[in-house]
Design a protein around this ligand. Structure first.
Ligand code: MUC
Ligand code: MG
Length: 365
């Protein structure tokens, strides 16, 4: 079997709410459906989410990277040769999310070809994983109400609270959520919104609220500040935007700048994500399987990776923000029960696109 070409289909989904955070806002769910085609009619699929404030990519740049570079780079290759495919797509610098989505779609294809779910092919450690929800910026009372809604409706007990605003607002929001859910596991993500001094003051005030970790407090370039803060704080500093590749993660770990790493399959695919996981395992560094506000396809993709490994199956994965969308492309939505997400049992990612919805939401026809 050979790959013949890759389609990149831009689409736009309606939102239930805009997600705001210190580095920007997800105001449009303008994602890209990636389809890897083969000469035997089998097709692998995945979703790419443009995040210009993190990687510089846009919906148009992702479509162009796939149509103009990545499709030709993998044409003629055997879908099972994931290392060779990774080498070819790795020749395109930048374009992290475009490359990640191609890798994920190839893995979907591999699963279909072997008739096994990706979760099993990656490691098959557990059948499901606990689900975490990210609470984006808003009025503190509304943020607490959202956390309670997710606890009651979905059984969620782990929340990532977006901070990185004015100190008083960060404290008010985190306090409101803690008071509403005294037993919840809380961690905060500043998305580079503080400077070093602001981070010190904020975290001093947030620690008594029982936060588990602090994600990306200061600008990515300020590794020295991260190193000092990581040494100061009694809970881990989480690398997210500073750890977007295998090499950048290695540099952060070498510098002692992060104590936990957020691995996101949407940017490093399954292939590089499991390399990053191995790197962290070797250094005794815990990993959180993170989110970049994926849709339902992305949530299922993350839910196929997190339970596959012993090192990630025991920690809640960030999968719930597909519920920020008012509609999606899937015929069957993600299966979330009792605070856990259960990946589909079908081959590959086990997703089925509702073609009528795709026709409705696609932007290229
Ligand atoms: C996160 O963990 O930072 C914020 C922007 C984005 O793309 O994803 C997030 C979540
Ligand atoms: Mg983050």
């Amino acid at each position: 079997m050979q790959i013949t070409h890759i389609d990149a289909i831009p689409f736009l989904l309606p939102l239930r709410r805009v997600a705001r955070f210190a580095s920007g806002a997800r105001e449009r769910a303008d994602h890209v459906l990636v389809r890897v085609h083969t000469d035997e009619g089998l097709v692998g699929q995945a979703e790419a989410q443009p995040r210009p404030y993190t990687y510089g990519e846009t919906q148009a740049s992702i479509v162009a990277a796939i149509r103009e570079h990545l499709s030709a780079a993998v044409t003629g290759l055997d879908p099972l040769a994931t290392e060779r495919i990774d080498e070819r797509i790795g020749a395109l610098v930048g374009n992290t999310v475009a490359r990640g989505a191609v890798d994920l779609a190839v893995w979907d294809l591999v699963g279909k070809l072997l008739d096994r779910p990706c979760r099993e092919l990656l490691g098959g450690y557990a059948p499901d994983v606990a689900a975490a929800h990210m609470i984006s910026h808003g009025d503190p009372a509304a943020m607490a109400a959202e956390a309670v809604e997710y606890a009651e409706r979905w059984g969620i007990s782990t929340f990532k609270v977006k901070v990185g605003r004015e100190l008083a607002v960060d404290i008010a929001a985190t306090t409101a959520i803690r008071e509403a859910l005294p037993d919840a596991e809380l961690y905060v993500d500043a998305n580079r919104g503080w400077d070093e001094d602001g981070a010190r003051r904020a975290v001093q005030a947030l620690l008594p609220l029982g936060i588990r970790s602090i994600e990306e407090p200061v600008p990515v370039d300020d590794r020295d500040a991260r190193r000092r803060l990581a040494a100061l704080w009694p809970v881990p500093l989480v690398g997210d935007e500073s750890c977007t590749s295998l090499a950048s993660t290695a540099r952060e770990l070498d510098a002692g700048a992060v104590g936990t790493v957020s691995v996101k399959v949407a940017r490093t695919g399954f292939t590089d994500s499991r390399r990053i996981l191995g790197l962290c395992l070797g250094r005794g560094i815990p990993v959180t399987v993170g989110s970049q506000y994926e849709g339902a396809i992305g949530a299922i993709t993350t839910a196929s990776f997190a339970p596959a490994f012993a090192a990630t199956a025991g920690r809640a994965a960030e999968v719930m923000n597909y519920t920020d969308l008012a509609d999606d492309l899937l015929a069957v939505p993600p299966d979330v029960r009792g605070g856990r997400i259960v990946p589909p049992s079908g081959p590959g990612l086990g997703i089925e696109i509702d073609e009528d919805k795709l026709d409705h939401y696609r932007l290229d026809s």
